[in-house]
Design a protein around this ligand. Structure first.
Ligand code: AMP
Length: 202
């Protein structure tokens, strides 16, 4: 089957290409601990006092990148989901892989000024000052079931603005899923009553 045929025969049940080159490691606690050890703490980035959780060491190892995407997928399979919304920018990495595997649409939620078409926007508070996130007005159909994905939940300001925007355009938010949660910042409180799932808690 050539590429054009694949595009017009509906969503694939599984990946269209063989998975041979990268072996999947064992799941669950072993995987979680391996991912935890692989994440790199970078002190004082991007500002003094912030310990940045750098996930690029996970991304560069095929088996670990796959294992992390599989964690998200486990939470999404067997559910009716129409769209994955990924948060700018690392939410795009996991979110688009999940959407591809499920054969559903991916929607980017971006920082202000980066989306080309008409947008809805929501402001949120950062540690110092304010920021704004945007979503295309036609990105989600009214009533569509949506999963929100990002790499990390910190104070919850970014994801709370995502929740606001998804609801504003009529989306039905099923859950918000994060690879990492900084629990001491209590971000999930800002997302209530949305169910929040995270795999690596600090
Ligand atoms: P917040 O709005 O405080 O929940 O921040 C979440 C967003 O900022 C996510 O998109 C993260 O990618 C990023 N972020 C916040 N804190 C960190 C951190 N310590 N390490 C890595 N990314 C972070």
């Amino acid at each position: 089957m050539d590429l054009m045929q694949r595009c017009f025969t509906g969503p694939p049940k599984a990946l269209t290409f063989p998975r041979q080159p990268v072996p999947s490691p064992p799941m669950n606690s072993t995987v979680i601990e391996t991912l935890r050890k692989t994440i790199r703490d970078v002190p004082d980035f991007p500002k003094p006092g912030i310990v940045f959780k750098d996930i690029t060491p996970i991304l560069k190892e095929g088996s670990l990148f796959r294992a992390s995407v599989d964690l998200f997928l486990e939470q999404c399979r067997d559910q009716k989901i129409d769209k994955v919304v990924g948060i700018d920018a690392r939410g795009f990495l996991f979110g688009s892989a999940v959407a591809y595997e499920l054969g559903i649409g991916f929607v980017p939620l971006r920082k202000k000024g980066r989306l080309p078409y008409k947008t809805e926007s929501a402001a949120y508070t950062l540690e110092y000052g304010e920021a704004e996130m945007e979503l295309h007005i036609d990105a989600i159909e009214s009533g569509e079931k949506v999963v929100l994905i990002d790499d990390l939940l910190a104070t919850g300001g970014t994801s709370a603005s995502a929740v606001t925007l998804i609801k504003k355009v009529g989306g039905d938010l099923v859950s918000a899923i994060f690879l990492i949660e900084l629990e001491f910042l209590h971000g999930r409180k800002k997302l209530e009553p949305t169910p929040v799932i995270s795999f690596l808690k600090y």
